[in-house]
Structure formats: C-alpha cells, structure tokens
Design a protein around this ligand. Structure first.
Ligand code: SF4
Ligand code: SF4
Length: 326
C-alpha cells in the first residue's frame, strides 16, 4: 500500500480559532484523516519536537502553520517545519499578515512588558520582576522563549508556498486546499487560495451600494439598527468589503455585520488599510474641517479598524522607540 501524505498542523501566536476551523470540517475531517497521516498537531495529539527533528528533510508533505511570530520558540518551530516540509501553507490572517496579535506592534516591547508586569491594575509585583529566558531555582533550570520586539507575519520569517486567508479560513477553503494538494493540482507558488476579487462582488447587498456613498457620519454596529438588505457602507457602517479579498461568501454581511477585512487585500493592493481609507474617505460628504472632525469621531480606533488584521505587513508595521532591539 502506498504511503499516505504526511501533514503537520502548528500554531504560533494564535487564538486557537484556526485550529477550531480544522475541526469545523466536521465529518469531512474523517476524509482528511483517512487520506493523510497527521505527524504533528499539538492542539489535539501528543507529538514532541524531537519527533519532527528526527524526520528526514522535506518528508512532511505539507505543514499548515497558523498564528503570527512573536517569540523565539515560534520562529524556531516555523524554521523546523519549513526544513522538514515540501510545502508550507500560511493558515489564517495572523500567519498571513500578523492578525490581531500584530496590533501589539503599536506598543514598543518595553512598554508592553512594563504594563503587563508592573502597571496593569491587579498586578502585585513590588520587585518589578520580569520573566527571563533562563531561570534557576532549587536546583532546577527553566528556560523560556524570548519575547521579541515585534510581531511578524510567517513569510517574514520563512519561505511560504501558499496562503489561506481568513480569521479563520472557512472549511470550504481548507477543503479546497487539502484537495488540491492531494490531487497535485497546485496553483503557482505564492498564490492566496481564494478568489482575487473584492468581497462586494460576493455580497447580496451589492446592488444597494450607490456609486456615490456621500457618507455623512460613521456609526458602529452597536449604535444602530442595521437594515439587513441595504449595503452597510451606505448606512454609515465601516464595511471593508470594497478593499477586501473575497472567498468567505460574505459571511459577515450575511449575518448583518460589516466586513472587518480578515481576508486581507487583493493582489493589486500593497496596503490594505490605506486602500480602504482612500476608498471610504473619498466618499465622505463632509467638506468643512468641523464636519470632517465630527465624522472622524465615529472612528475611535483607526488602527484597530483599518489595520485589524494586517499591521505587521502594512507600510506602518510598528512603533519604534530609541534603543529598541529586534
Ligand atoms: S486568524 Fe483569527 S482565528 Fe486564526 S489564530 Fe488568528 S485570530 Fe485566531
Ligand atoms: S460594502 Fe459591505 S455591505 Fe456593501 S456591498 Fe460591499 S461587502 Fe456588501
């Protein structure tokens, strides 16, 4: 009997939602398990790093890696899996472009550590002690990963073959990727495995989106009763559909919530947030400074709104302070 393809799943700086997405394949996961040998899946199975280190290089058919890279351990695992795998798929928004963890790039490393270990309400740490990478106590030695100066996307650390977008990727996209790999029916290296068109193309509300939106004010979903039929941008809600790649079948607009941009941009866009800002603010009805300020008051967290998933890969990338290391 021919050997089954070997598959690894790994998580770096991740919420675990991408792992849930694999489980969400429901009964189809059994087809995957039948067709492949899973050689690593820390969330579900007990494999050790030594098991992977002992494998010949390129002997894993494909590694699906989700989560961004923040610590030395995450970088080591990404490099190890790259060495041992024929293909690496960057799985989900955090791996693809930093995702939610990369919002921490708005703060310098020292500021994060100071807040978490000293200033955060509820922290009792008069010695102002911090975790160190090496610690010895009562004859026992403990090593911890290094907390790096910034959050990076997976392809800023290792070479990546394909990208599955989404927060998390949908079961349909995951099935499509696994099916293409098993059939050897692979697109060119570097392809994002999702249609390269804007989400508005897949949205049932698109016919109600006027050519000139003339937005007077921005509203947040909890502040209004959202009309379930009408384009959300036309209702003053910041829906990132015009600047975001399709492939989720407009799940969020279908559920009466604006798109927050988790599929990232299409291939023609360099900076996802900047593209959306330029598109939406050119549709602002306000012309006078006072009116513009009033409209901007409706966007209390611009970075969290426009760069929620892509700060690490944006032109802004991170906050830098004098003396801050890598
Ligand atoms: S892409 Fe979304 S679901 Fe996946 S790890 Fe990041 S935050 Fe969680
Ligand atoms: S802006 Fe949002 S609600 Fe409007 S058509 Fe595009 S995806 Fe749909």
């Amino acid at each position: 009997m021919p050997e089954k393809p070997k598959v690894a799943f790994y998580w770096c700086a991740s919420c675990g939602g991408c792992e849930e997405a694999v489980v969400d394949l429901a009964e189809d996961i059994l087809k995957v398990v039948e067709a492949v040998d899973i050689v690593l899946w820390p969330v579900a199975m007990d494999f050790k790093r030594e098991d992977i280190e002992a494998r010949p290089d390129k002997s894993i058919t494909v590694s699906f890696i989700n989560g961004a890279i923040r610590t030395s351990e995450q970088e080591e695992w990404a490099r190890l899996l790259r060495k041992k795998s024929a293909f690496v798929i960057s799985f989900g928004a955090c791996a693809n472009s930093g995702g939610i963890p990369a919002l921490a790039n708005q703060s310098a490393r020292e500021d994060i550590l100071k807040y978490v270990y000293e200033d955060c309400p509820g922290v009792e740490n008069p010695a102002k002690s911090r975790p160190s990478t090496a610690h010895a106590e009562e004859g026992r030695a403990l090593t911890l990963p290094e907390f790096r100066g910034m959050v990076r996307a997976l392809d800023e650390v290792i070479d990546v073959d394909y990208y599955l977008p989404g927060c998390p990727p949908t079961p349909k996209l995951i099935q499509g990727a696994v099916g293409a790999l098993l059939a050897g029916n692979l697109p060119p290296k570097g392809t994002v495995l999702s249609p390269d068109v804007a989400l508005c193309d897949q949205c049932k509300r698109k016919d109600s989106k006027p050519a000139d939106l003339s937005i007077k004010e921005f509203k947040r979903p909890h502040q209004v009763q959202i009309d379930p039929e009408k384009c959300m941008l036309a209702q003053g809600l910041l829906c990132m559909g015009p600047a975001t790649r399709a492939g989720c079948e407009a799940l969020c607009p279908g559920g009466n919530m604006p798109c927050t941009g988790c599929f990232g941009p299409t291939s023609r866009v360099r900076d996802h947030g900047a593209k959306f800002i330029s598109s939406v603010f050119s549709n602002l009805a306000a012309r006078e400074p006072g009116e513009i300020d009033a409209a901007l008051d409706g966007v209390p967290d611009p970075v969290g709104t426009f760069y929620r998933y892509g700060l690490a890969k944006s032109l802004l990338r991170r906050k830098i302070t004098a003396g801050e290391g890598k």
